[in-house]
Design a binder for this molecule. Structure first.
Ligand SMILES: *Cc1c(COP(=O)(O)O)cnc(C)c1O
Length: 354
């Protein structure tokens, strides 16, 4: 069997949830498990995070799968329903929906449902992606309140720069004003805002990436934040090459040896979700020792420098990311963020728990 697999630590998920809850002790938690639990497996992740008061997902079928699996927590569709026909199953299964556009209000006004639907009314506080303008909220709220098919309403918004040096002040002013003005429960904070901006915690926090053991910040490591890696992508060396000075390596001959170099061929490539743009020098662990990748990532293989790991040979264990190699560092080396790597784990990679 090909040695590549992803190991998911359920205790690490529970630990990271506890970190989020400690950082926002007054708020309830909507654990964000969209995108197949950020690539970790939605139902697997839900089980490990079952202490959360709720789960946030993208689409109706995910919420229905959670209900079918027996989860009774609050469930929220982060972009709301995509067509009015989704409202009856939402109502019947007590699934809360974001309402970010006028057509959704209109659909609720016309809906005939067995039970009222809980709404997270989303306003645009500056990101200009989804949501009503702050000045529209009073009117939308009045319409929703007049609507017999609408139950509890929570105010919601999303920060664009909670993870970087811009901070949230430019959005938090309007968030705080609306939260005060309408006296509704509020939900504003993603992982970065949970960790850095207590003033934005309000009533329901929405941690995503931190639950999976990654840092939302470029300037703070997951370890510094007390988070534990959840997914460890592991493989083995399937061959070794001894390069002489001047020898080339891999597609494009991107790497050229300037001295005798031992190269381990790792069973993992971009078809597994490893980023092809990870440059020479990306951290990787072989035989428990940290080293670097070399050359260009192939579809099914990549190269590790084992010149300074003499004990390494065919069969030696390799960690691509996870315990020992922060996924955030691999992502940075590929010019992206850990979210993308985790979500892009290929279906062909077997996943185990442990
Ligand atoms: C994905 C998402 C989150 C979680 O964000 P993280 O940065 O992963 O913590 C929170 N809120 C909304 C609306 C989202 O789409």
């Amino acid at each position: 069997m090909r040695p590549l697999h992803a190991r998911i630590s359920l205790p690490a998920l529970a630990h990271n949830l506890a970190v989020a809850r400690r950082r926002a002790p007054q708020a309830k938690t909507l654990a964000v498990i969209k995108a197949n639990g950020y690539g970790h497996g939605m139902l697997r992740v839900a089980e490990a995070l079952k202490e959360a008061e709720g789960f946030a997902v993208l689409a109706l079928d995910e919420a229905l799968a959670l209900r079918r699996a027996g989860y009774r927590q609050k469930l929220l569709l982060l972009e709301g329903f995509f067509e009015a026909g989704e409202l009856p199953p939402l109502a019947e299964n007590c699934i809360a929906t974001v309402v970010h556009g006028e057509w959704q209000v209109h659909a609720l006004e016309r809906a005939k449902l067995a039970l009222p639907v809980e709404v997270f009314l989303k306003f645009n506080s500056g990101m200009n992606r989804l949501g009503f303008r702050p000045g529209q909220i009073a009117e939308m709220l009045a319409r929703l309140r007049a609507c017999p098919m609408v139950g509890n309403v929570t105010l919601m918004s999303h920060f664009a720069t909670a993870d970087d040096a811009n901070g949230i002040a430019w959005q938090q002013d309007v968030v705080a004003r609306l939260y005060r003005e309408f006296q509704l429960p509020g939900s504003f904070a993603n992982s970065a805002a949970i960790l850095r901006y207590p003033e934005a915690h309000a009533d329901w926090v929405r941690p995503g990436i931190m639950l999976y053991g990654s840092s939302p910040f470029a300037d703070r490591s997951a370890e510094e934040l007390g988070l534990q890696p959840v997914m460890t992508l592991e493989s083995r060396l399937i061959a070794v090459q001894e390069l002489q000075p001047g020898d080339r390596l891999g597609y494009g001959a991107l790497f050229v040896a300037d001295k005798p170099t031992r190269v381990g061929i790792v069973a993992c490539g971009y078809a597994d979700g490893y980023p092809r743009h990870a440059a020479t020098g990306t951290p990787i662990q072989v035989n428990g020792q940290r080293t670097r990748t070399l050359g260009r990532v192939s579809m099914d293989m990549l190269f590790a420098d084992i010149t300074d790991i003499p004990a390494a040979g065919v069969g030696s264990p390799v960690v691509l990311w996870g315990e020992g190699v922060p996924v955030d560092e691999v992502a940075a080396s590929a010019g992206t963020i850990s979210y993308e790597l985790l979500c892009a784990l290929a279906p062909r990679v077997p996943v185990s728990e442990g």
